[in-house]
Design a protein around this ligand. Sequence first.
Ligand code: ZN
Length: 278
Amino acid sequence: MELENVYWRIWSAIPSREKKKIKLGAFLAGGLFLGISKTPLRKSLAVLAPNTLFLIDTFCPQINLFAKSFWRGRSQRSLALSFDDGPDPFITPHLVELLERYQARATFFQLVEQARRYPQILKLIKASGHEIGLHGLNHRKVHLMGQRQFRKNIEKGRKQLEDLLGERVLWYRPPHGFLRFDQYLILKKLGLKVAGWTIGVWDTDENVTAKEIFERLRRSVRPGDIVLLHDSVAERHRPQTAMLKALDVFLASLSTQGIKAVTISDLWEETKSGQKIQ
Ligand SMILES: [Zn+2]
């Protein structure tokens, strides 16, 4: 069963075009590192190294060096589905219907400006038994914000979302998963838990097909994972129809394997009551 190393599975879900870019980046960074280490500039490595750790921590939700996120659970029989960037007036109602057909539950990370535009869809998601999390007021990258602006963005977004829902929001997922350590500390103070993800399948790519999305899901996802999908694409108006088609096939395959799709809170509870997470 081991394509089980999680980082290997994450790698296997990345489209080959992106893999090429990552390999080239690593090659250049390695070259730079070796180049500097042989020159008087080598002292700068002492400064660069810790900063590199903070950078990796900011940009990789699957690496919990300083800012801790729940990015992977432990379970033999369930996995968490999550949908970002909605609600979407065309896709989300179909998605809710599809999930209902397979008795699947999920966590929806909402853009609040979007949720205010479509409050009836937000209510439909909640009424169907799914969980609502905060993805931000809008899709601006928060790691570029100062602390005060970030706090304001979170407090305002959370309040507006809770007013629409009539209940507390417990989970936050930053756009793109980018979060600085100091921002993580602010979230902790506000009582928000940070949700990462185990496997993303690049379902918002421009010309991605349903077959490609399904193949990445089939190859990479295992019980205990948090799966990242999108019912909307922030800042673009492209319907996520390929994702919907792929999800239909994926949910059918989960149900034949006896694997349940649950919310992030459910996976969190199951993980907490079981072994320690990695
Ligand atoms: Zn997003």
